[in-house]
Design a protein around this ligand. Structure first.
Ligand code: 1OR
Ligand code: 1OR
Length: 376
């Protein structure tokens, strides 16, 4: 297959991505529409290098070194002008040869530890995982080393073995990685310049995965997962406080579970290890007085698409405060407690505020919140 990238596409998408990262607009669709409309007005008298016709086939290149030009979809929304034009199926070509970087037993052990928490790898089958681990290679990092510079082309995806790494966007520190995690997937997934600078502030070790293997094996699963959960997460009010990149990380961590009518999803009094977002269906919430063996369950809430539950016990570190049943066939996106703690930190204030609401309802239902174990 031979693909040709239209003149100006890369620059146009890069400029747009930079504008999004700089402005961090709350409404990406509106921002994208305004941005491209303004550009269209500006270019009205000039010949156009790029067309955004819907259904126009993706143009691609014939080698993986010069990959097709997927737009920065995750920084736009699903129905944006170009988001639907990237077809990961087109990435199916097998490479001529597998990349194998031999490793000692100690390296293999450290590597398999380092990749355990990497959500992007979780949907790989054992064979794919094997290829990825074979291809990875170790890099030692010194204090002050720039592992990635914003604006550069993407070469590798990195998984942290050890060390502390500061994250800078436009010279502003926006976060850090401490001895775990991964970075450098954005430029490889969306064919855009590096979106952040990553600087080691301690000595460390990272595992690198070359761009070709990343795109061949990891990209498709990761891309589709982000796409599946993107619209769900965009519509959860609590998550609006997060930026697009933070929501992408949540999408990487989610997995779907399906329940049948009447199935118990959560049982009051049980210990908690995850929370749920309703992808499709309905969930009935009941509570009973756990101190009274004769207490009957009372229905207190009904949740539908885009709503979340099961967060309370993760915030309070107490047993489940209610029982949750599926009403009809219900599909839920599950976030486990480790991911919850890693990724929902910025929403903790909102989550804690919700406790007040539960308590007020508790008083209304049972006359006193003392009837049920304290929620806090
Ligand atoms: P990359 O290939 O663009 C830099 O190379 C990497 O830094 C990037 O992939 C991500 O893996 C990682 N925004 C963009 N990239 C980030 C961010 C980030 N944090 C880490 N990376 N933000 C910080 C969110 C807490 C958003 C800032 C507006
Ligand atoms: P969880 O982890 O305790 C049960 O597991 C979930 O049900 C809980 O998180 C909430 O997400 C959800 N009181 C306690 N939990 C509730 C309530 C609730 N409603 C939904 N959940 N009340 C109803 C408030 C409208 C007060 C009880 C009377």
């Amino acid at each position: 297959m031979s693909f040709e990238i239209p003149d100006g596409l890369t620059d146009l998408l890069q400029d747009f991505t930079v504008a999004v990262l700089k402005e961090r607009p709350p409404d990406l669709v509106k921002f994208a529409a305004d941005y491209f409309n303004k550009l269209k007005e500006k270019n009205a008298e000039q010949p156009r290098g790029v067309r955004f016709a819907e259904n126009e086939p993706m143009q691609t290149s014939d080698s993986d070194d010069e990959p097709m030009e997927p737009p920065p979809q995750r920084f736009t929304r699903r129905k944006s002008v170009s988001a639907e034009r990237y077809d990961p199926e087109a990435d199916d070509e097998e490479p001529d040869e597998k990349i194998v970087n031999p490793k000692t037993d100690d390296q293999r052990l450290r590597l398999s530890d380092a990749v355990k928490p990497i959500f992007l790898f979780r949907s790989l089958d054992p064979e794919q995982m094997h290829c990825v681990l074979d291809a990875m290679f170790e890099r030692k990092v010194t204090v002050g080393e720039h592992v990635i510079d914003q604006g550069d082309d993407g070469d590798n995806f990195y998984v942290i073995d050890s060390g502390i790494y500061d994250i800078f966007v436009d010279n502003k520190m926006v976060g850090k990685y401490e001895n775990r995690g991964s970075f450098g997937e954005l430029a490889l997934m969306y064919n855009m310049p590096r979106a952040a600078t990553i600087i080691a502030t301690s000595e460390g070790i990272i595992w690198a995965l070359d761009r070709i293997t990343f795109r061949r094996i990891v990209l498709k699963n990761a891309y589709e997962k982000r796409k599946v959960y993107e619209s769900l997460l965009e519509n959860v009010p609590m998550l609006k406080t997060l930026d697009t990149y933070e929501r992408m990380n949540i999408a990487d961590a989610l997995f779907t579970r399906t329940f049948g009518d009447g199935d118990v999803i959560i049982k009051q009094g049980d210990s908690a290890d995850c929370m749920y977002f309703v992808e499709d269906g309905e969930v009935k919430i009941t509570v009973k007085n756990m101190n009274d063996p004769d207490s009957k369950e009372k229905e207190v809430s009904n949740y539908t698409n885009g709503m979340y539950f099961g967060e309370l016990a993760l915030v309070t570190h107490k047993p489940r405060a209610a029982t949750c049943y599926a009403v009809g066939k219900t599909r839920l996106a599950v976030l486990d407690v480790q991911a919850f703690e890693r990724l929902l930190g910025p929403c903790m204030d909102i989550l804690k505020r919700n406790i007040n609401e539960y308590e007020e309802q508790l008083v209304q239902v049972f006359g006193s919140k003392a009837a049920i174990s304290d929620l806090r």
